[in-house]
Write a protein that binds this ligand. Structure first.
Ligand code: F6R
Length: 642
């Protein structure tokens, strides 16, 4: 049915799963496969002269699916004339013409580009009088029934397991209704609404009952951020705390996942529990560290019984006793710790993460936004510079959408006040200020700024990045602002990576000829800026890796503000003492526009410096718990073969 490129798991290996899952190498290929299913259904119905009723979702997950459906319409003449659609939900209250409405979303992503008849489109109305909502919801369900029921329902899944806006606690027989949105849902949506205070509190959603009545359901989930809730929905018990788990009782449901969203399924995360595995070094580390963490024991305290009782007796049989395996993993982890991220000159480097030579390396740190370098690897950044390496930092994007409007206007006013104070006459500065000020008076929440404001916001972030790099000790000649064009849309939605982005990346690498490249290895959000920036680096390296100077160049990945590497993945851990932690904090403080609550807060209410400190401390504590030395903090890196 689904042809997936990487999923060869047998039914036996899938035995922990209560829902049919299909794992694809990426969301684009997964979306193509789902689009094929939809196209086949539409055509089958066409051949029978019947209508095809589709239940549709919004959010980031179905975007690539809709793009593929549009392509099938344009290039392969797939017609939607026999299609009737019912969307799952709409915020309430919400004007149809608002940039935030699901009406607008669906038109932009799908309906405006296909030949569906307008009268066949149904989306809950966001501007009803409160008293009319119940009637409307009943009619919505009647309309679905009249159309013959939903043939295929497309779903996304919320971080809390919601389907539609049926939040945790929804009943399995819930009807279409007005619901209060969960705090976590509002936080996830708040980046579109520039903050929680502007984010709707309620929505109208199709109930679980009607979703369960759909003849077929396909749920899409992409990215590591969805991996935890996917395991809960697929492998754990049916519970109204995770409404997606209700689908375990549906007769014809498929979960379509990319490999990151599937990464916590038992068959993928702990394959030794579902099948006989070949015990590679990587797998041994993963299994042993996992065992030590789950039993809360230092590695060297694990016993034969621990291995046997936790599904690892074959490892014990092949490589035991436990003492030998423990020592091996302990040493391996020990060897990841180094205070010399650029290599220790004159030392035996056979067991160190980095080469000793050349003693003075050229280092290129790619920072997706202007503050990722200091937030994610500030301690290492400073150490590399202090240990005499030629450190360059490259800010990949301007980061200009993440500056608050009042901050931007304050700077514009500063310029006019400055001019006035020093008797500088500059009409241009005054008119930029006036124009920006007037624009902000009528700006819609989440609306796109005029170019002047975007420029001002970019300059603010550039100044902050420069201040951080100066704080670390770099001269201007080693600070590079790339302003990659893919980012410059003025909106949350960015353009796809283009040839110019890659060319700029190649140019810089060729100019510096680094021995080490550091890049943000965030794979959590497949649509996020960090991933696009990483793809730019990967693509550039692919194109130039045959060049002579590249033979000497190692790629190290760090993780951005949102998550840390798994302990089994870490190849280099750079420890920091208490003073270095404070120093890093001051480096982060240079980013004043990102302090005290940022424009795009995400689901974490801590400030960036707090997240960085917590995370670096947690990594150090984990090393300690596993029986290694106890440092104040640690920054973690993965060596990436390209
Ligand atoms: C959208 C909807 C929601 C989303 C879910 C996932 O119509 O009802 O259930 O599917 O919140 O959102 P994304 O795909 O943005 O992660």
């Amino acid at each position: 049915m689904f042809t997936s490129t990487i999923d060869t798991a047998t039914e036996f290996e899938k035995r922990f799963e209560k829902i049919n899952t299909h794992v694809f190498d990426n969301s684009a290929n997964a979306s193509k496969a789902v689009a094929q299913q939809i196209a086949a259904l539409i055509k089958e119905k066409q051949s029978q002269n019947k209508i095809c009723v589709l239940g549709l979702a919004t959010g980031s997950s179905p975007k690539s699916l809709y793009a593929e459906l549009v392509r099938l319409h344009r290039e392969e003449q797939l017609s939607f004339k026999n299609v009737i659609t019912f969307n799952l939900d709409e915020y309430y209250p919400m004007k149809a013409e608002s940039i935030h409405s699901y009406v607008r979303f669906m038109n932009e992503q799908l309906f405006d580009h296909i030949d569906i008849l307008r009268e066949n489109i149904h989306i809950p109305v966001g501007m009803l009088a409160k008293n009319d909502i119940a009637d409307f919801c009943n009619q919505y369900e009647d309309q679905i029934e009249k159309a013959g029921g939903i043939d295929l329902q497309i779903l996304g899944i919320g971080g809390n397991g919601h389907i539609g806006f049926n939040e945790s606690g929804s009943l399995q027989n819930s009807k279409t209704r007005l619901v209060a949105l969960d705090h976590s849902t509002r936080i996830a949506a708040s980046k579109e609404f520039e903050g929680l205070k502007n984010t709707p509190r309620t929505a109208i959603t199709l109930g679980v009952h009607k979703i369960m009545e759909a003849k077929r359901v396909i749920l899409l989930a992409w990215g590591e951020g969805k991996s935890a809730i996917i395991v809960k929905a697929v492998e754990e018990g049916l519970t109204n705390l995770v409404p997606a788990s209700f689908l375990q009782e549906h007769q014809h449901v498929d979960f379509v996942l990319d490999k990151e969203a599937a990464s916590k399924l038992t068959r993928i995360n702990k394959p030794w529990l579902v099948e006989e595995v070949i015990w590679t070094d990587k797998l041994i580390s993963k299994a042993v560290l996992d065992l030590a963490i789950s039993l809360e024991k230092p590695i060297l305290m694990l016993t034969d019984a621990d291995y046997i009782e936790n599904g690892m007796s074959d490892l014990l049989a092949q490589m035991g006793p436990a003492y030998d395996i423990n020592i091996r993993i302990f040493n391996k982890l020990q060897n990841t710790i180094t205070g010399w991220p650029g290599g220790k000159p004159g030392a035996d480097d056979s067991k160190r993460p980095e080469r000793a030579l050349p003693a003075k390396k050229r280092v290129l740190i790619f920072s997706p936004h202007p503050d990722d370098d200091i937030i994610s690897m500030g301690g290492t950044f400073k150490r590399l510079h202090e240990q005499g390496h030629e450190v360059h930092v490259a800010y990949q994007t301007s980061g200009n959408i993440a500056v608050a409007d009042d901050e931007a206007i304050r700077f514009a006013k500063f310029i006019t006040d400055y001019n006035e104070a020093f008797g500088i006459s500059c009409d241009e500065a005054q008119s930029i200020y006036n124009k920006s000020f007037d624009f902000l008076k009528t700006k819609e929440i989440g609306g796109i700024d005029i170019p002047e404001l975007r420029k001002i916001k970019g300059i603010i972030r550039r100044g902050e990045a420069r201040a951080t790099s100066h704080f670390v000790g770099l001269p201007d000649s080693q600070i590079h602002f790339m302003n990659l064009p893919f980012y410059e849309t003025g909106a949350i939605e960015k353009n796809p990576l283009g040839a110019e982005d890659i060319a700029l990346t190649i140019d810089l690498i060729e100019q510096i000829k680094p021995h080490q490249i550091y890049a943000a290895g965030d794979l959590a959000d497949p649509h996020g800026t960090h991933k696009v920036c990483l793809d730019a680096v990967f693509e550039a390296l692919k194109q130039i890796k045959h060049k002579d100077f590249m033979k000497d160049c190692w790629l190290w990945l760090y993780r951005g503000a949102w998550q840390e590497w798994g302990i089994d993945e870490i190849d280099m851990a750079v420890p920091m003492g208490p003073d270095q932690v404070i120093e890093k904090r001051f480096g982060i403080f240079k980013h004043q526009s990102q302090k005290d609550g940022v424009v795009f807060q995400g689901s974490d209410s801590r400030e960036f410096w707090q997240r960085a400190e917590d995370r670096n401390r947690e990594t150090a504590e984990l090393y300690d718990k596993l029986g290694l030395a106890h440092y104040a903090a640690m920054e973690a890196f993965v060596k990436w073969e390209y």
